[in-house]
Write a protein of this length. Structure first.
Length: 295
């Protein structure tokens, strides 16, 4: 008993002298030192690509299905800006109604019924007719005396070099010679005036390049027909279907045979015409009213 008591006293003394703390052999319950959180990224600190660094200091690009681009990047561009090509249907919608400019009506072919008025609306002049093929001007592989029995080596208006136009390369339309029915000059139509020609869902820009009979309307060059998907053969080509000719007054380009310049100018004038008609309005700016981008 005395021996046991001595051992107990020794054990108690050791316990009192031992440092306080958990038993190393027991379960790990010690609290680890707290590491200070990384400072939040400043609004001026940028991640790769220019995006603000996410808070927490990590430079990570958002990814996964939860990520959505900012609403402004999905906003539809304002209508009528460069790069947004005018559609044929938009022009057709604004040429359904006619305010007559002509004092009478034209025929589409010799001996046909005179039922085609020249109309004016929102600063443009237009008519709806068929399309006959004009191959006049500079002779070529498809336009010459052998291919076209009515071929003429001249056009009413000339190209930049002072020479006749090349119907195979220059999209141009034909307007009737001035008469009591209509004088195109009185309405600002001249050689080189820019025109939009529509057939079905296709749109081709052209210039006024030639004149035709005083009582017939509805004719365009080999190149204009080809651009619209119409058979351009001067003998049996053309179409009896509806073709819409929209001419923009006081819009003559410097070079009638520069189709790229005419097309660029045509897009600009077509957008202006549609804005005047109220067909191309800017979308609402509220996020809930933003329409999906149309291709």
């Amino acid at each position: 008993m005395r021996y046991t008591t001595s051992l107990s006293l020794v054990a108690a003394s050791a316990a009192l002298l031992a440092p306080a703390g958990p038993d190393p052999a027991g379960p790990v319950t010690a609290v680890r030192p707290r590491v200070p959180a990384a400072p939040a990224a400043s609004e001026h600190e940028a991640a790769p690509g220019g995006a603000p660094a996410p808070r927490g200091g990590a430079l990570r690009r958002p990814s996964g299905p939860a990520f959505r681009e900012p609403a402004r990047s999905r906003e539809r561009p304002a209508l009528g800006r460069r790069g947004e090509r005018v559609a044929a249907a938009e022009l057709l919608a604004e040429t359904r109604h006619c305010t007559p400019l002509s004092h009478g009506r034209y025929r589409s072919d010799a001996g046909g019924r005179a039922d085609i008025p020249v109309c004016g609306r929102h600063g443009a002049v237009f008519w709806k007719a068929d399309m006959d093929i004009d191959c006049d001007g500079r002779p070529g592989r498809h336009c010459n005396r052998r291919t076209d029995p009515h071929f003429a080596r001249s056009t009413a208006f000339q190209g930049a070099d002072g020479h006749r136009l090349d119907a195979e390369k220059v999209p141009y339309i034909v307007v009737p010679e001035p008469s009591r029915i209509w004088n195109h000059r009185a309405d600002g139509i001249r050689g080189g005036s820019v025109a939009a020609v529509i057939h079905g869902d296709r749109l081709e820009y052209a210039v006024v390049g030639d004149t035709g009979p005083r009582d017939i309307i509805g004719e365009a060059s080999y190149a204009a027909a080809k651009g619209l998907g119409i058979r351009p053969d001067p003998r049996g080509g053309g179409t009896d279907g509806d073709v819409t000719y929209v001419v923009f007054p006081d819009s003559a380009v410097t070079s009638l045979d520069d189709h790229e310049a005419a097309a660029e100018r045509g897009e600009e004038l077509a957008r202006r015409f549609l804005r005047k008609a109220g067909a191309r309005r800017a979308p609402a700016t509220a996020p809930s009213a933003i329409a999906p981008h149309r291709r």
